[in-house]
Design a protein around this ligand. Structure first.
Ligand code: CA
Length: 224
């Protein structure tokens, strides 16, 4: 899952980004409304955490503009005061949920998970591909009766492939959803992670599920 975090308080932004990355999200940062709007238009985010009070263009305006363009990306708004007016304005501007500062990190994580699950086409509670089960609530992976231990990055990669099961997912698209904008597109990190996943998921099974399509990308599914 790739998130855009929009927060102009650099210290808070760093802290939030760190905690979200620990939860397995790829996180891009924007420190003002113009930048946020630009990034949300050029990148495919799975969710946006959007502060209201921002330089150049406030969060309400950014949210409104994105909705006007038909962007359906889930938006979690951060409001500074617990004022009804702010919350209503946020929801009116197209936000899906809001969180009042200061908040506990656990609450941010929980709200975000709930928000991303609210669109079932984005994230159903479990994803099943043959005998492989990806549980998006507990972020765990099982193949038939065996629990497969995965790191957060491996999980993120497998979850994205499972969300797109049966389809060949291109390298760029995979990287975009699993790594943030600091990811070097020429590194072989993706291949390294795919190989690790393949060992964990497919080794010892008569039916391999992770397939490489040379020059095109990767596909999760039963037949070759
Ligand atoms: Ca702010």
């Amino acid at each position: 899952m790739r998130l855009l975090l929009v927060e102009d308080d650099a210290k808070l932004a760093d802290m939030l980004a760190r905690s979200l990355r620990e939860e397995g999200y790829a996180v891009d940062l924007a420190a003002d409304g113009d930048r946020a709007y630009y990034q949300a238009r050029v990148n495919e985010y799975d969710g946006i955490v959007l502060d209201i009070g921002l330089p150049k263009r406030d969060g309400l305006d950014v949210s409104q503009a994105l909705r006007k363009e038909g962007k359906r990306v889930p938006i979690l708004m951060l409001t500074a005061r617990d004022a009804v007016r702010d919350r209503v304005a946020g929801l009116d501007a197209g936000a899906d949920d809001y969180l009042t500062k200061p908040f506990a990190l656990e609450e941010l994580h929980a709200r975000l998970r709930a928000l991303l699950r609210r669109l079932p086409e984005v994230l159903p509670p479990t994803l099943n591909v043959a005998d492989l089960t990806v549980d998006t609530r507990s972020q765990t992976v099982r193949r038939s009766d065996r629990t497969i231990p995965v790191t957060m990055k491996e999980y993120a990669l497998l979850e994205y492939l499972a969300r797109n099961a049966g389809r060949v997912v291109g390298r760029a698209e995979l990287c975009e959803h699993v790594w943030d904008e600091n990811h070097d597109p020429f590194s072989n990190a993706l291949e390294v992670y795919i190989n690790r996943l393949r060992r964990k998921v497919d080794d010892g099974s008569p039916t391999p599920l992770i397939h490489t399509h040379r020059g095109a990308g990767y596909r999760l599914g039963t037949n070759t």
